[in-house]
Design a protein around this ligand. Structure first.
Ligand SMILES: Nc1ncnc2c1ncn2[C@@H]1O[C@H](COP(=O)(O)OP(=O)(O)OP(=O)(O)O)[C@@H](O)[C@H]1O
Ligand SMILES: [Mg+2]
Length: 267
Protein backbone atom coordinates (compact mmCIF):
# COMPACT_ATOMS: atom_id res chain seq x y z
CA UNK A 1 0.00 0.00 0.00
CA UNK A 2 1.53 3.25 -1.16
CA UNK A 3 0.68 6.47 0.63
CA UNK A 4 0.96 9.64 -1.47
CA UNK A 5 0.35 13.13 -0.13
CA UNK A 6 -1.01 15.84 -2.42
CA UNK A 7 0.40 19.04 -1.04
CA UNK A 8 0.82 22.66 -2.01
CA UNK A 9 0.31 25.49 0.46
CA UNK A 10 -1.07 27.57 -2.36
CA UNK A 11 -4.84 27.51 -2.61
CA UNK A 12 -6.80 26.46 -5.67
CA UNK A 13 -3.96 24.79 -7.58
CA UNK A 14 -5.74 21.49 -8.18
CA UNK A 15 -4.86 19.36 -5.14
CA UNK A 16 -8.39 18.13 -4.58
CA UNK A 17 -9.21 17.81 -8.27
CA UNK A 18 -6.08 15.71 -8.68
CA UNK A 19 -6.86 13.58 -5.61
CA UNK A 20 -10.34 12.81 -6.94
CA UNK A 21 -9.42 12.24 -10.55
CA UNK A 22 -6.07 10.56 -10.13
CA UNK A 23 -7.79 8.35 -7.54
CA UNK A 24 -10.56 7.55 -10.00
CA UNK A 25 -8.12 6.86 -12.82
CA UNK A 26 -6.03 4.56 -10.61
CA UNK A 27 -9.20 2.73 -9.58
CA UNK A 28 -10.24 2.45 -13.24
CA UNK A 29 -7.02 0.63 -14.06
CA UNK A 30 -7.47 -1.85 -11.24
CA UNK A 31 -5.94 -0.25 -8.15
CA UNK A 32 -7.91 -0.04 -4.92
CA UNK A 33 -7.72 3.54 -3.71
CA UNK A 34 -8.54 5.40 -0.52
CA UNK A 35 -8.66 9.20 -0.53
CA UNK A 36 -8.24 10.71 2.93
CA UNK A 37 -9.78 14.18 3.10
CA UNK A 38 -7.62 16.26 5.43
CA UNK A 39 -9.12 19.61 4.48
CA UNK A 40 -11.83 21.09 6.73
CA UNK A 41 -13.41 22.47 3.55
CA UNK A 42 -14.22 18.87 2.65
CA UNK A 43 -14.08 19.47 -1.10
CA UNK A 44 -12.88 15.97 -1.91
CA UNK A 45 -15.76 14.50 0.08
CA UNK A 46 -18.34 16.76 -1.59
CA UNK A 47 -16.80 16.22 -5.02
CA UNK A 48 -17.26 12.47 -4.56
CA UNK A 49 -20.91 12.88 -3.62
CA UNK A 50 -20.68 12.44 0.15
CA UNK A 51 -23.12 15.02 1.50
CA UNK A 52 -22.27 16.83 4.71
CA UNK A 53 -25.27 15.64 6.67
CA UNK A 54 -24.17 12.05 6.26
CA UNK A 55 -20.66 12.61 7.60
CA UNK A 56 -21.29 11.33 11.11
CA UNK A 57 -17.73 10.21 11.61
CA UNK A 58 -14.82 11.69 9.77
CA UNK A 59 -11.07 12.13 9.54
CA UNK A 60 -11.31 14.39 12.60
CA UNK A 61 -12.32 11.36 14.68
CA UNK A 62 -9.46 9.39 13.17
CA UNK A 63 -6.84 12.06 13.93
CA UNK A 64 -8.11 12.53 17.45
CA UNK A 65 -7.84 8.78 18.01
CA UNK A 66 -11.55 8.14 18.52
CA UNK A 67 -12.14 6.08 15.37
CA UNK A 68 -10.17 3.70 13.21
CA UNK A 69 -9.54 4.88 9.67
CA UNK A 70 -11.15 1.65 8.51
CA UNK A 71 -14.36 2.64 10.30
CA UNK A 72 -14.83 6.05 8.65
CA UNK A 73 -14.14 5.20 5.03
CA UNK A 74 -17.05 5.29 2.61
CA UNK A 75 -17.77 3.88 -0.81
CA UNK A 76 -18.04 6.28 -3.73
CA UNK A 77 -19.79 6.01 -7.09
CA UNK A 78 -16.53 4.64 -8.49
CA UNK A 79 -15.79 0.94 -7.98
CA UNK A 80 -12.60 0.43 -5.92
CA UNK A 81 -12.47 4.11 -4.89
CA UNK A 82 -13.20 4.99 -1.26
CA UNK A 83 -13.02 8.16 0.78
CA UNK A 84 -12.52 9.03 4.43
CA UNK A 85 -14.56 12.26 4.55
CA UNK A 86 -13.75 15.39 6.50
CA UNK A 87 -15.89 17.88 8.36
CA UNK A 88 -15.34 21.39 9.71
CA UNK A 89 -14.36 19.76 13.03
CA UNK A 90 -10.88 19.54 11.54
CA UNK A 91 -10.50 23.28 12.09
CA UNK A 92 -10.23 22.56 15.80
CA UNK A 93 -7.70 19.76 15.44
CA UNK A 94 -4.70 22.05 15.44
CA UNK A 95 -5.67 23.80 18.66
CA UNK A 96 -6.68 20.64 20.45
CA UNK A 97 -3.61 18.64 19.52
CA UNK A 98 -0.91 21.33 19.51
CA UNK A 99 0.33 20.52 23.00
CA UNK A 100 0.63 16.78 22.50
CA UNK A 101 4.16 15.49 21.92
CA UNK A 102 2.95 13.14 19.17
CA UNK A 103 0.93 15.86 17.42
CA UNK A 104 2.55 15.30 14.01
CA UNK A 105 2.00 11.54 14.10
CA UNK A 106 -1.75 11.26 14.64
CA UNK A 107 -2.37 10.24 11.03
CA UNK A 108 0.71 8.04 10.87
CA UNK A 109 -0.50 6.11 13.90
CA UNK A 110 -3.94 5.66 12.35
CA UNK A 111 -2.43 4.53 9.04
CA UNK A 112 -0.23 2.01 10.82
CA UNK A 113 -3.30 0.42 12.38
CA UNK A 114 -5.00 0.49 8.98
CA UNK A 115 -1.99 -1.13 7.29
CA UNK A 116 -1.98 -3.83 9.94
CA UNK A 117 -5.69 -4.49 9.36
CA UNK A 118 -5.12 -4.57 5.62
CA UNK A 119 -2.63 -7.39 6.00
CA UNK A 120 -5.57 -9.57 7.12
CA UNK A 121 -7.61 -8.71 4.03
CA UNK A 122 -7.77 -10.89 0.91
CA UNK A 123 -5.63 -9.88 -2.07
CA UNK A 124 -8.01 -7.98 -4.34
CA UNK A 125 -9.85 -6.37 -1.40
CA UNK A 126 -6.63 -4.81 -0.23
CA UNK A 127 -5.91 -1.11 -0.75
CA UNK A 128 -2.95 -0.38 -2.99
CA UNK A 129 -3.00 3.44 -2.89
CA UNK A 130 -3.86 6.00 -0.24
CA UNK A 131 -4.06 9.63 -1.43
CA UNK A 132 -3.96 12.32 1.24
CA UNK A 133 -5.68 15.56 0.20
CA UNK A 134 -4.25 18.49 2.18
CA UNK A 135 -5.53 21.97 2.97
CA UNK A 136 -3.81 25.00 1.38
CA UNK A 137 -1.40 25.53 4.25
CA UNK A 138 1.72 23.99 5.74
CA UNK A 139 -0.16 23.53 8.99
CA UNK A 140 -0.32 20.61 11.41
CA UNK A 141 -2.76 18.74 9.15
CA UNK A 142 -0.32 18.89 6.23
CA UNK A 143 2.54 17.97 8.59
CA UNK A 144 0.58 14.91 9.71
CA UNK A 145 0.12 13.96 6.07
CA UNK A 146 3.80 14.42 5.22
CA UNK A 147 4.84 12.49 8.31
CA UNK A 148 2.62 9.57 7.29
CA UNK A 149 3.30 9.41 3.55
CA UNK A 150 5.82 7.57 1.42
CA UNK A 151 6.00 10.31 -1.21
CA UNK A 152 4.82 13.80 -2.09
CA UNK A 153 2.94 14.70 -5.25
CA UNK A 154 2.74 18.43 -5.91
CA UNK A 155 0.00 19.89 -8.11
CA UNK A 156 1.30 23.14 -9.58
CA UNK A 157 -0.89 25.54 -11.49
CA UNK A 158 0.54 26.80 -14.79
CA UNK A 159 0.66 30.46 -13.86
CA UNK A 160 3.22 33.17 -13.38
CA UNK A 161 3.72 32.69 -9.64
CA UNK A 162 3.97 28.90 -9.80
CA UNK A 163 7.65 28.65 -8.94
CA UNK A 164 7.46 31.13 -6.12
CA UNK A 165 5.68 28.90 -3.61
CA UNK A 166 7.45 25.79 -4.84
CA UNK A 167 10.77 26.58 -3.14
CA UNK A 168 9.05 26.96 0.21
CA UNK A 169 7.25 23.68 -0.30
CA UNK A 170 10.47 21.89 -1.25
CA UNK A 171 12.18 23.30 1.84
CA UNK A 172 9.36 22.01 3.99
CA UNK A 173 9.61 18.55 2.42
CA UNK A 174 13.35 18.56 3.20
CA UNK A 175 12.65 19.57 6.78
CA UNK A 176 10.12 16.79 7.18
CA UNK A 177 12.66 14.33 5.76
CA UNK A 178 15.24 15.50 8.27
CA UNK A 179 12.92 15.21 11.21
CA UNK A 180 9.51 13.58 11.07
CA UNK A 181 9.84 11.19 8.13
CA UNK A 182 13.31 10.25 6.82
CA UNK A 183 11.84 7.95 4.14
CA UNK A 184 9.77 10.65 2.45
CA UNK A 185 10.48 11.14 -1.26
CA UNK A 186 9.34 13.58 -3.93
CA UNK A 187 7.15 11.59 -6.27
CA UNK A 188 6.63 14.33 -8.78
CA UNK A 189 5.13 17.61 -9.83
CA UNK A 190 1.99 17.70 -11.91
CA UNK A 191 1.28 20.84 -13.88
CA UNK A 192 -2.41 21.68 -13.77
CA UNK A 193 -4.88 23.99 -15.52
CA UNK A 194 -2.68 24.42 -18.57
CA UNK A 195 -4.29 26.84 -21.00
CA UNK A 196 -2.80 26.61 -24.48
CA UNK A 197 -4.30 29.98 -25.46
CA UNK A 198 -2.29 31.66 -22.75
CA UNK A 199 1.19 32.34 -24.12
CA UNK A 200 2.60 32.56 -20.61
CA UNK A 201 1.53 29.02 -19.75
CA UNK A 202 4.01 27.34 -22.10
CA UNK A 203 6.79 29.47 -20.60
CA UNK A 204 5.76 28.41 -17.09
CA UNK A 205 5.88 24.74 -18.14
CA UNK A 206 9.37 25.25 -19.60
CA UNK A 207 10.55 27.08 -16.47
CA UNK A 208 9.24 24.42 -14.09
CA UNK A 209 10.79 21.65 -16.19
CA UNK A 210 14.07 23.57 -16.28
CA UNK A 211 14.04 23.92 -12.51
CA UNK A 212 12.75 20.49 -11.51
CA UNK A 213 13.87 18.32 -14.43
CA UNK A 214 12.36 14.85 -14.62
CA UNK A 215 10.54 15.31 -11.33
CA UNK A 216 7.85 16.94 -13.46
CA UNK A 217 5.42 14.43 -14.94
CA UNK A 218 5.17 14.42 -18.70
CA UNK A 219 1.41 14.60 -18.44
CA UNK A 220 0.12 18.16 -18.16
CA UNK A 221 -3.49 18.58 -17.04
CA UNK A 222 -5.27 21.02 -19.37
CA UNK A 223 -7.70 23.64 -18.17
CA UNK A 224 -11.00 22.05 -19.09
CA UNK A 225 -14.44 23.25 -18.11
CA UNK A 226 -15.72 19.67 -17.73
CA UNK A 227 -13.18 19.17 -14.91
CA UNK A 228 -14.62 22.11 -12.99
CA UNK A 229 -18.25 21.14 -13.64
CA UNK A 230 -17.93 17.56 -12.43
CA UNK A 231 -17.74 18.21 -8.63
CA UNK A 232 -21.10 19.99 -8.60
CA UNK A 233 -22.56 16.68 -9.80
CA UNK A 234 -20.72 14.83 -7.04
CA UNK A 235 -18.73 12.95 -9.65
CA UNK A 236 -15.14 12.64 -10.81
CA UNK A 237 -14.70 14.02 -14.32
CA UNK A 238 -13.94 10.50 -15.56
CA UNK A 239 -17.55 9.53 -14.78
CA UNK A 240 -19.00 12.86 -15.85
CA UNK A 241 -17.33 12.96 -19.27
CA UNK A 242 -14.78 10.24 -19.95
CA UNK A 243 -13.85 11.56 -23.38
CA UNK A 244 -12.98 15.12 -22.40
CA UNK A 245 -9.36 16.26 -22.38
CA UNK A 246 -9.28 16.48 -18.57
CA UNK A 247 -10.32 12.85 -18.10
CA UNK A 248 -7.85 11.63 -20.66
CA UNK A 249 -5.06 13.59 -18.99
CA UNK A 250 -5.82 12.11 -15.57
CA UNK A 251 -5.81 8.59 -17.05
CA UNK A 252 -2.42 9.31 -18.55
CA UNK A 253 -1.17 10.70 -15.25
CA UNK A 254 -2.28 7.53 -13.45
CA UNK A 255 -0.27 5.31 -15.77
CA UNK A 256 2.71 7.60 -15.33
CA UNK A 257 2.39 7.47 -11.55
CA UNK A 258 2.30 3.68 -11.62
CA UNK A 259 5.25 3.51 -14.03
CA UNK A 260 7.25 5.79 -11.78
CA UNK A 261 6.42 3.60 -8.78
CA UNK A 262 7.74 0.55 -10.63
CA UNK A 263 10.84 2.30 -11.95
CA UNK A 264 11.72 3.57 -8.48
CA UNK A 265 11.04 0.18 -6.95
CA UNK A 266 8.53 1.89 -4.72
CA UNK A 267 11.04 4.48 -3.54
N1 LIG B 1 -7.95 21.10 -15.06
C1 LIG B 1 -8.86 21.96 -14.62
N2 LIG B 1 -9.64 22.63 -15.49
C2 LIG B 1 -10.56 23.52 -15.06
N3 LIG B 1 -10.80 23.80 -13.77
C3 LIG B 1 -10.05 23.16 -12.86
C4 LIG B 1 -9.06 22.21 -13.22
N4 LIG B 1 -8.47 21.74 -12.09
C5 LIG B 1 -9.08 22.37 -11.07
N5 LIG B 1 -10.04 23.22 -11.52
C6 LIG B 1 -10.90 24.08 -10.70
O1 LIG B 1 -10.09 24.98 -9.98
C7 LIG B 1 -10.58 25.17 -8.67
C8 LIG B 1 -9.51 24.78 -7.66
O2 LIG B 1 -9.22 23.39 -7.80
P1 LIG B 1 -9.04 22.47 -6.51
O3 LIG B 1 -10.18 22.63 -5.57
O4 LIG B 1 -8.74 21.11 -6.99
O5 LIG B 1 -7.74 23.11 -5.89
P2 LIG B 1 -7.14 22.88 -4.44
O6 LIG B 1 -5.67 23.06 -4.57
O7 LIG B 1 -7.62 21.62 -3.85
O8 LIG B 1 -7.79 24.09 -3.65
P3 LIG B 1 -7.70 24.35 -2.06
O9 LIG B 1 -6.33 24.87 -1.86
O10 LIG B 1 -8.77 25.36 -1.78
O11 LIG B 1 -7.93 23.04 -1.39
C9 LIG B 1 -11.83 24.33 -8.57
O12 LIG B 1 -12.93 25.13 -8.83
C10 LIG B 1 -11.64 23.29 -9.66
O13 LIG B 1 -12.87 22.82 -10.16
MG1 LIG C 1 -8.53 21.25 -1.99
Amino acid sequence: MRILVLANQKGGVGKTTTAINLGTALAAIGERVLIVDLDPQGNASTGLGIDRASRKISTYDVLSGQQRLGAVLRETGVPRLFIAPSTLDLVGFELEIAARPDRAFCLKNALEVFTEEQSQVLGDERFTYVLLDCPPSLNLLTMNAMAAAHAVLVPLQCEFFALEGLSQLLTTVEQVKNSLNPGLTMHGIVLTMFDSRNTLAAQVVADVRGFMGDKVYETVIPRNVRVSEAPSHGKPVLLYDLKCSGSQAYLKLATEVIQRERADGGA
